[in-house]
Write a new protein. Structure first.
Length: 285
């Protein structure tokens, strides 16, 4: 795909080095979203920032990756103590600017803004065409760090990062101020999706909440499941215009993704459709 072409899906955010005992693993919303879109048959554009020591294009060879300059690459490490996980940020890349997005990419049919640690400014969604279906993942806007780099959940106090978006994705773990944050989002965003890991998800369409259970699966690694859900949801919503179908499609994709480590189990379209046929009872109600 040439830079002048318009991708089917554009995802914006930092590609991440997730530090693990034997080295590092590629992470971040852009990774899981790009892989899921590719496996569903879409062309993908990735807008990110990373250090010169990190070749995001080589890591995502099927996508067109635009890597802006940065002195560092965003890196996280999970530290386990007493059976609890504490995430630390070890390095952070430069912020992504609106100028990093090529003009042709601003007309992409589907867009996902997926910051991991505040690297996208509020109002970024306004950059894209009115015809684009723009989703925003809240996680990266609701994070802070203490002096030791421990990642903390924090309420948002700035200008609305969700302005001009069509779908907002959050998880129950993202909420530091629960009801107040949800009230702002549901008042301003047409569709709000709240995932609850293995318990399923809630979907709010113009103020009306509905719930669905999760598809059954043996969990190996839940990392990136929310990003997989969001990507598959947006793609199916763009294809059908139907929130019910989008929610089932996203939940089926997410359930399959947790059956392997990292992005290894992110499913193809055939795998998602097979799961939908096998579990017709899993639906919004």
């Amino acid at each position: 795909m040439d830079i002048g072409d318009t991708p089917d899906l554009v995802v914006v955010g930092h590609a991440v080095r997730d530090l693990v005992p034997d080295g590092w693993r590629l992470g971040g919303t852009v990774t899981f979203a790009a892989v899921q879109a590719h496996r569903l048959g879409l062309s993908v554009g990735v807008v990110t920032r990373a250090g010169s020591d990190f070749d995001a294009q080589a890591e995502l060879p099927f996508a067109r990756v635009l890597r802006g300059a940065s002195d560092a690459t965003t890196s996280f490490e999970n530290v386990y103590a007493g059976g609890h996980r504490q995430q630390h940020i070890r390095a952070q890349a430069a912020r992504i600017e609106t100028g990093d997005v090529p003009e042709a990419w601003r007309a992409a049919p589907v867009v996902l803004l997926g910051p991991v640690f505040g690297e996208i400014e509020p109002g970024f969604a306004a950059l894209f065409s009115e015809a684009s279906l723009v989703g925003v993942s809240v996680q990266g806007w609701l994070r802070a760090a203490d002096a030791e780099g421990r990642v903390l959940h924090t309420p948002w106090a700035g200008d609305p990062f969700w302005s001009d978006c069509d779908v907002l994705f959050a998880s129950d773990e993202d909420l530091a101020d629960g009801a107040d944050e949800l009230a702002h989002w549901t008042a301003d965003v047409p569709i709000v999706v709240m995932t609850e890991s293995s318990r399923g998800a809630h979907v709010c369409v113009r103020g009306a909440w509905r719930r669905m259970d999760a598809f059954p699966e043996t969990e190996v690694d839940a990392t990136g499941a929310g990003d997989t859900f969001a990507t598959a949801f947006l793609i199916r919503l763009h294809e059908t215009g139907d929130v019910d179908q989008a929610a089932r499609f996203g939940a089926a994709a997410a359930s399959l993704s947790v059956s392997g480590v990292g992005a290894s189990a992110i499913p193809s379209r055939a795998e998602v459709e097979d799961r939908l046929r096998r579990y017709p009872e899993v639906a919004l109600r």
